[in-house]
Design a protein around this ligand. Structure first.
Ligand code: COA
Length: 355
């Protein structure tokens, strides 16, 4: 049976850091409120578009796998904040990489988009349609943020990361997943202004209004992530103590702690990096995975559980066996141009554009 092992990984975080104190200069909020309610201390604001963030993350991932972009057969891009709707985000990245042989598709399930993209690529490799794939999770959500709304503006950040998957005969990569959508919670998170219904002269596409019921999302997220985790573990006969690390979607530290408690997992076996980045939507899980590898928290052959939720309310949990290698085969020298402005200046410019 063919499997789809992880052979490369790379991330790209824009350098401009927006602190909680920066947010308090233009919103009625405080570092104390944001830190205690969410665990978030700072987040990144991108000075470049998503294609550029993804190019750097992808080049680092391809170098780690030592895979020539021209040999790439598939790009699946998980995002909700693409640079263009047509042509799609994946083909924009394909063009930058020179991945001329690749098929290119986008997947949008909000914050779970990277994991649904991984499921898609995994299935296409395991059924023999392609032999390798680049799976990307990235967002430049700052461009679609309502920076006047403190309920949401303090929660999100920009970033991108990518994995390379390659066909192999070892029992590794994505072993199984549970996917679903709690549509009863669909109205709890709606970003008005990002779809074709807003493409008229009255409303301005991209000028968003976030409908957001934080407590309702919180409650449903804990149930969805825990339930999906229990089901995928049971389906594969795995008990919690066999897991080496949980790498969850990073939206709120209290959500992560509640899920860990329900799964009876100590927080020492849960990877958390949201204090630095906030909720990067589709980018949270892949960035956390890359950082867990870099920090030595993922050992060769490690068994991982990746639970997540997003608008929809989509939910999922992925069971992953990491391969034998946790060291990149090559390093890439790909990097972003320097940011000409501070994060606060970037956000102030976005606020001015909305007026
Ligand atoms: C949003 C969230 C942090 C709010 O935390 P909470 O403990 O539920 O806080 P509440 O909703 O009870 O709000 C409490 C008060 O803080 C206020 N508040 C909201 N945002 C604030 C901010 N940034 N700064 C200061 N006060 C704020 C509210 O207005 C409310 O005031 P009120 O009691 O006078 O009405 C939390 O519900 C959450 O993380 N939910 C999940 C959302 C999420 O991650 N969505 C992403 C989906 S992928």
């Amino acid at each position: 049976m063919v499997h789809a092992g992880v052979t490369g990984w790379g991330k790209c975080l824009p350098p401009a850091v927006l602190s909680n104190a920066d947010l308090a200069t233009f919103l009625d909020t405080s570092d104390e409120w944001i830190s205690s309610r969410t665990g978030i201390h700072e987040r990144r604001i991108s000075h470049v578009g998503l294609t550029e963030l993804a190019r750097v993350a992808a080049q680092r991932a391809l170098a780690a796998a030592n895979l020539d972009p021209a040999a790439l057969e598939l790009i699946v891009f998980g995002t909700t904040s693409f640079d263009d709707q047509a042509p799609n985000q994946a083909s924009g990245l394909q063009q930058q990489l020179g991945a001329v042989r690749a098929a290119a598709m986008d997947v949008n399930t909000a914050c779970t988009s990277f994991l649904y993209a991984w499921s898609t690529a995994n299935a296409l490799i395991r059924t023999g349609v392609v032999r390798n794939a680049l799976v990307v999770g990235g967002e430049v959500i700052s461009r679609f943020m309502d920076w006047n709304n403190r309920n949401v503006a303090v929660l999100f950040g920009d970033g991108c990361a990518a994995l390379v998957l390659e066909a192999c005969d070892r029992d590794e990569g994505l072993l199984g997943e549970k996917l679903g959508c709690d549509v009863g919670g669909r109205d709890a998170l709606v970003i008005q202004g990002m779809g074709s219904r807003y493409a008229d002269f009255e409303r301005r596409y991209g000028v968003t209004n976030w409908i957001f019921d934080g407590q309702e999302i919180f409650r449903r997220a804990v149930i969805g992530m825990s339930q999906a985790s229990v089901e995928v573990l049971a389906a594969h006969g795995i008990s919690g103590d066999q897991l080496d690390l949980i790498v969850p979607h990073q939206a709120n530290l209290r959500i992560i702690e509640a899920v860990a408690k329900r799964l009876d997992m100590p927080m020492e076996r849960v990877f958390v990096n949201l204090q630095h980045y906030g909720n990067m939507s589709a980018a949270t899980v892949p960035v956390a995975l890359v950082e867990a590898v870099e920090a030595g928290r993922i050992k060769p052959g490690a068994l991982l559980l990746l639970p997540a939720f997003g608008a929809g309310l989509t939910w999922c949990a992925h069971l992953v066996r990491w391969g034998a290698r946790t060291v990149p085969l090559r390093e890439s020298d790909a990097c972003l141009p320097p940011a000409p402005h501070t994060a606060l200046e970037l956000v102030q410019a976005l606020i001015r554009q909305r007026c």
